[in-house]
Design a binder for this molecule. Sequence first.
Ligand SMILES: NC(=O)c1ccc[n+]([C@@H]2O[C@H](COP(=O)([O-])OP(=O)(O)OC[C@H]3O[C@@H](n4cnc5c(N)ncnc54)[C@H](O)[C@@H]3O)[C@@H](O)[C@H]2O)c1
Length: 358
Amino acid sequence: MYWVRIRSGRGEAPASARLVPMTILVTGGAGYIGSLTARLLAERGREVVLLDSLERGCRAAARDLPLVVGDVADPSTVRAVVDEHRVDALVHFAAYKAAGESMEQPGRYFRNNVGATAALLESAAGAGVERVVFSSSAAVYGTPDALPVTEAAPLRPESPYGESKALVEAMLGWLDRLGGLRSVSLRYFNAAGAWPDGSLGEDWTLTTNLVPVVMKALLGRRPPLQVFGSDYPTPDGTAIRDYVHVVDLAEAHLAALCHLESGGASAAVNLGTGVGSSVREVLDAAERASGRPVPHELAPRRPGDPVAVYADNRLAAELLGWKPRLGLDDIVASAWAWHSSHPDGYPAGGHHPDGHGS
Ligand SMILES: NC(=O)c1ccc[n+]([C@@H]2O[C@H](COP(=O)([O-])OP(=O)(O)OC[C@H]3O[C@@H](n4cnc5c(N)ncnc54)[C@H](O)[C@@H]3O)[C@@H](O)[C@H]2O)c1
């Protein structure tokens, strides 16, 4: 746990009085990756408080962790949470996440992912927050020129969603240079999987990612899935992506917090396994986990879909001491455990039904 002397500047007892645990504010903590990360942080003895509008999250995903329902763009909410819970670090997940939707509603994405984040960072830093771990995305790179993708690759987002992540990274750079707010931006590749016992996972009504769509097809909750492209220049003809287990992602957030707590400099870091898996390999893993064939059909390639994308993850190892421990079979087995035991997602209450997924 991270302890500091309480600060007299907050109207508390003199700095010498006693040591109190500081708290991590997890925005978007009732969403998919945020809820799993908050749980892992709490299990490792960290104090956490969650802030989520529940627009696309579920109250049940917060479990017994303290949850404040509100918008990160609201300065009075943020200041109250930071003061009341003695927050000194922010793990910022809250955002919209669907690249396709962002092409239809760019203004909405820039408002929530960039505007609301600017407001959050201003009010949180003003209230005493000193460190930020930010959910960025491999979408900042667009279609890579070379594989594996390193952090030095040019940022060429191909959607307002990807652009929104690049803009926040740039904003964080300025806030460090001018205001001393240190941050780690974590560029996730394809987040997938669930808490290993299947008790926390992704709400599949809000996503079009491959693993939950495979699960939906397995459970007969959608028509056979379409495999877009079976004639790519890959060993089995299907497209290759880097699927990283959400529990490994959660571990990386803890590692990033430790890096900042020990005085580490701001950075942007890829989070991927470094190993690409084809769509065919995902289907095979799903058949092994479930013991059922995945209903699917082959379809033409989608315009703009790269053949292969996977991360160079050496910087995460060097800087954060992070290495992924879980592989594709773990991802798919945990996703199967979650979806087969929660075919209707979390219990009622929580998100609005207008969401879409990436
Ligand atoms: N899921 C992925 O594969 C993936 C990949 C790369 C990056 N990311 C990023 O990781 C983060 C978390 O993704 P996720 O899959 O958990 O998404 P999610 O939609 O499950 O969770 C996001 C949460 O943020 C909340 N939220 C959104 N705007 C808010 C606001 N203004 N104020 C308060 N709460 C707000 C939503 O209600 C939701 O609970 C996002 O920033 C996303 O862009 C996700």
